[in-house]
Design a binder for this molecule. Structure first.
Ligand code: ISJ
Ligand code: MG
Length: 464
C-alpha cells in the first residue's frame, strides 16, 4: 500500500534525480515529520537492531535539545592538521546547500554530528583507530526533540533505490515504537590499570617548574585509567546510568563499530544560533560535600581560592579575546559562579557574544579549541609540552564534539568526563589544569574525582 507519506517521499526523490543530473552530484533529501512523545533512550536502544555500532546520542543539560541518530547516510572525515574544522564544514555545505526538504521548519533538517581529536599533531596509537582526527556522520534516521516537540527525519539520496526507501519507512515506523529492553546484569570490574601515580606526579612537577621559570602560565595534564570487566560493556546501560546520575551535563555517545566514545561533560565549547554565540569558561575544581553546609563551605573555598581563580581566569581571558576577534558584544559576568555536578563542582563563567553573517561555526571552533581549560596558556607552548610530557593518546578526549545544521548553526562541547568503550575494556581519561602553585598530590586527587562520573556509570566505583 502506498501511503500519502510515501508518495511524498517518492515525489521528492524524483525531483532530486532531475536536480542531481543538472548539478552533476547526488542530491540529499531530508524528510522530517512531527511525531508523538517518545523516550529518546528507548529510541536509542531500539535502533541497535538495524544500526549496530552506528548510533549517536546527544542531549544538553536541560534536555531541551536531544538528538539520536542511527545509520550512516554519509560520512565526512579528515585526518591530520590541515584545515580539519573548515574542511568538514565546506564538504557539508557542498551537499546541504543542494538538499531538498519536505518542510520549511528551519529548526529541523539534516544535521551532521561527530567530533575532532584533541591534537592531530600528537603521535597516534592503535587505541583510537576508529576515530579519525575529524569524523562526522549524516545519519540515515534521526530522532530530534527540541523544546519538547519531537521529530523524525530520514535522509536519503537521489541515487538511492526505491526498495531502500521502502525499507527506511518500515524501520522508521518500528523505531517510533521504541524499545524498553533493560539490562539487569552489568559486567563487573575486574581490574583498574593506571600508569605509576608517582611518574604522573613527577610530570606535574616538571611542568610546575617550567611555569615557575616563566616558560608558560598553565598546562593541562591528563592521565588514563584502563578498566577491565568480566564481560562486554553494554553501551545502553552506561548511557542510562549517565542520564540518571549526570543530569546537569551534556551527554554524548558516538558508536563506531565495536568501539564507543561516551561521556557526560559539563563543558560547552561554543554554540552558534544565527548571530548569537555562547561559550563557557570552566576551570577550577573542588569536591561535593556530604551535607549542605559542607557543600556550601567547599563552594565558598573554591570561589576564594587564589590557585583556582588563577587557573580559571586564564581561560576567561583567552576565550574573551578569541571571541573578540570575530564577535562583538562579548559579555561575561565579572565573577565566576559555581557549576555543581554529582561528584564535583567547578568555577564557571558563561560567555555570550554576537557575530556577523560571514563568521561560521568552524571559524569559532578553530579560534577556541583548545582553550586553556584543556590545553593551557599560551596555546602553542602548552600544546608542545603536552605532546612531550603526557604519556597517553588523548584521541577524542578533550576534543570538540557536536553537530552542525544546514544554516551553519550548531553546538560543540568539550569531550571530557568520558571514556572509550571497547568490548570488555574501558579507557577513561581525566586531567587538570596545572599552574605554578599546583600540588602534584592534590592534582592527582582532582583527577580521581573526575574519573568518578564514568566509573560510577560503568557500574561501580573501585579505584585501585
Ligand atoms: C581536564 C578536565 O577538566 C577540566 C579541568 C578542570 C580543572 O583543572 O579544574 C576543570 C574543568 C575542566 O575544564 C577533565 O575533566 O578531564
Ligand atoms: Mg583544576
Amino acid at each position: 500500500m502506498i501511503t500519502k507519506q510515501f508518495h511524498h517521499i517518492l515525489g521528492l526523490w524524483e525531483e532530486a534525480k532531475v536536480k542531481a543530473s543538472n548539478i552533476n552530484q547526488p542530491v540529499l533529501i531530508s524528510y522530517t515529520e512531527k511525531v508523538d512523545q517518545l523516550d529518546p533512550l528507548k529510541y536509542f536502544k531500539a535502533s541497535a537492531r538495524h544500526f549496530p555500532g552506528q548510533r549517536f546520542y546527544w542531549s544538553n543539560p536541560t534536555k531541551s535539545h536531544v538528538m539520536v541518530g542511527a545509520g550512516v547516510a554519509k560520512e565526512f572525515t579528515a585526518n591530520g592538521t590541515q584545515e580539519r574544522f573548515h574542511g568538514i564544514e565546506k564538504e557539508w555545505k557542498r551537499f546541504s546547500g543542494q538538499s531538498l526538504k519536505n518542510q520549511d521548519n528551519q529548526k529541523i533538517g539534516p544535521v551532521i554530528y561527530g567530533g575532532f581529536s584533541f591534537d592531530p599533531k600528537k603521535e597516534k596509537t592503535k587505541l583510537w583507530d576508529n576515530f579519525a582526527d575529524a569524523l562526522f556522520v549524516l545519519p540515515t534516521i534521526m530522532f530530534t526533540s527540541i523544546d519538547n516537540e519531537n521529530y523524525m527525519t530520514i535522509n536519503y539520496w537521489s541515487d538511492s533505490e526505491e526498495s531502500h526507501l521502502q525499507e527506511l519507512m518500515r524501520i522508521k515506523e518500528e523505531l517510533g515504537k521504541g524499545s524498553s529492553i533493560s539490562h539487569a546484569f552489568a559486567p563487573e570490574i575486574v581490574k583498574c590499570l593506571e600508569m605509576d601515580p608517582n611518574d604522573w606526579k613527577e610530570s606535574i612537577q616538571t611542568v610546575t617548574n617550567r611555569i615557575s621559570d616563566g616558560v608558560m602560565d598553565k598546562v593541562v595534564l591528563a592521565r588514563e585509567l584502563r578498566v577491565l570487566f568480566n564481560d562486554e560493556i553494554n553501551v545502553d546501560h552506561v548511557l542510562e546510568n549517565l542520564l540518571e546520575e549526570q543530569s546537569n551535563s551534556y551527554l554524548f555517545t558516538v558508536e563506531r563499530g565495536s568501539d564507543c566514545f561516551i561521556g557526560a561533560t559539563p563543558e560547552q565549547l561554543v554554540k552558534k544560533d544565527s548571530n548569537h554565540v555562547h561559550s563557557m569558561c570552566l576551570a577550577g575544581s573542588i569536591g561535593r560535600g556530604a551535607t549542605l553546609q559542607e557543600d556550601e563551605k567547599l563552594g565558598k573555598n573554591l570561589l576564594t581560592d587564589n590557585k583556582n581563580i588563577h587557573e580559571h581566569e586564564l581561560v576567561v581571558q583567552m576565550i574573551k579575546s578569541a571571541l573578540q576577534e570575530v564577535c562583538h558584544d562579548v559579555t561575561t559576568p565579572t565573577e565566576p559562579n559555581l557549576y555543581k555536578m554529582k561528584h564535583i563542582q567547578h568555577l564557571h563563567t558563561p560567555v555570550t557574544a554576537n557575530t556577523g553573517k560571514e563568521v561560521t561555526l568552524a571559524d569559532l571552533v578553530n579560534l577556541l579549541h583548545p582553550t586553556p581549560a584543556l590545553g593551557g596558556y599560551p596555546r602553542e607552548i602548552s600544546m608542545e609540552t603536552i605532546r612531550e610530557v603526557e604519556k597517553l593518546d588523548r584521541g577524542w578526549y578533550a576534543g570538540p564534539l557536536g553537530w552542525m545544521d544546514e544554516q551553519n548553526d550548531g553546538e560543540f562541547i568539550v569531550a571530557i568526563r568520558s571514556g572509550l568503550l571497547q568490548g570488555k575494556e574501558a579507557s577513561l581519561f581525566a586531567g587538570c589544569g596545572i599552574v605554578g602553585d599546583s600540588d602534584p598530590e592534590s592534582e592527582y586527587r582532582e583527577t580521581q574525582m573526575k574519573f568518578r562520573p564514568m566509573l560510577s556509570a560503568l557500574g561501580g566505583i573501585k579505584e585501585s
